[in-house]
Write a protein that binds this ligand. Structure first.
Ligand code: CP
Ligand code: NVA
Length: 321
């Protein structure tokens, strides 16, 4: 059974297929076409943390594809009322997919461990793979060929940064992390990426000029992620020199695009001038959460035998890769 707990769960070719299907679905959507490819299918949604984009884009995406999304509240008692084994195997009787946003990465891994229903990670402390899918789609829309391009991520080596670094390695993009050394991504994750993708070009630096000089895309995220609130004062001090403002952007080539996964803390990690600038792609990027996840759901449905390639083709869509 296929899951998307992190981008390590799929191959580079599968990633390309998902982005390509997402792009095709987005093009259809723009012409008013919403093929009911997932009619009768159900996505169950388990969220331990707040969400606007992930929650609503999955719900809207399922609706547009003719399926149903069930947002499960606290009363279902995940991790409280019964064993996770019973919980997951029962959920699998009703739902065809589960998306889960959890405090701990291990909680999502545990859901997937029963192989009862395909599990999608909707963000954990370690990874945010659905965000990286939308990021790739957005960058691809902005430049004809992403391979060989550079993303400079300014800030914390967090869940978003790690998923993006891996997505870049899978897509032939350079990834630079710019921020205080104490918040760099761990050697173990870097090693895992380079073992799987020996050509990966990832480095981390505290040097603004080094990180920004060749950036095609500059990306930032909050300094304090959900669950780290007790560290926020220290983080504000540590990250202040790395605020994405006009003076930092001057180190990047002109035309360099700006990305942020949102929600943004304006005036902290990014200024209004930068996030609202002509080069900012952030609203398009947020919109692409839905298109990218529609592509992911279609790919998963085909993998699970819930949808045929023929059915896809009948709607004018092609499965490449
Ligand atoms: N970027 C993102 O995941 O946003 P939400 O927390 O609103 O889902
Ligand atoms: N790094 C942030 C991303 C929010 C979408 C967090 O985990 O809170």
């Amino acid at each position: 059974m296929r899951h998307l707990i992190s981008l390590f769960d799929i191959t580079a070719a599968e990633l390309t297929t998902i982005i390509d299907v997402s792009h095709q679905l987005k093009t259809l959507h723009a012409t008013g076409k919403r093929p009911a490819l997932l009619q009768g299918l159900v996505l169950a949604m388990l969220f331990e943390k707040p969400s606007l984009r992930t929650r609503v884009s999955f719900e809207a995406g399922m609706a547009q594809l003719g399926g149903t999304a069930l947002f499960l509240g606290q009363e279902v008692g995940w991790q409280k009322r019964e064993s996770t084994s019973d919980f997951t195997r029962v959920l699998a009787q009703y739902a065809d997919f589960v998306v889960c946003r959890a405090n701990k990465h291990a909680s999502v891994q545990e859901l997937a461990s029963f192989d009862a229903v395909p599990v999608i990670n909707g963000l954990t402390d370690l990874f945010h793979p659905c965000q990286a899918l939308a990021d790739l789609l957005t960058m691809q829309e902005s430049t004809s060929e992403i391979s060989g391009k550079q993303v400079t991520f300014v800030g914390d080596g967090n869940n978003v940064a790690k998923s993006l670094a891996l997505a870049c390695a899978m897509s032939g993009m350079r990834f630079r992390l710019l921020g205080p050394k104490a918040y760099f991504m761990s050697n173990s994750i870097l090693q895992k990426i380079s073992e799987r993708y020996p050509q990966a070009d990832i480095s981390q630096t505290e040097s603004v000029s080094e990180a920004m000089a060749s950036a095609d895309f500059v990306y930032t995220d909050v300094w304090t992620s959900m669950g780290q609130e007790s560290e926020s004062k220290q983080r504000e001090l540590d990250f202040a020199p790395f605020q994405l403002n006009q003076s930092l952007m001057k180190h990047a080539p002109s035309g360099c695009k700006v990305l942020h996964c949102l929600p943004a803390h304006r005036g902290m990690e990014i200024t209004d001038e930068v996030i609202d600038s002509r080069d900012s792609l952030v609203i398009q990027q947020a919109g692409n959460r839905m298109h990218a996840q529609k592509g992911l759901l279609i790919w998963l449905a085909i993998e699970q035998g819930l949808l045929s390639v023929r059915n896809l083709e009948q709607h004018g869509l092609k499965l490449t890769g």
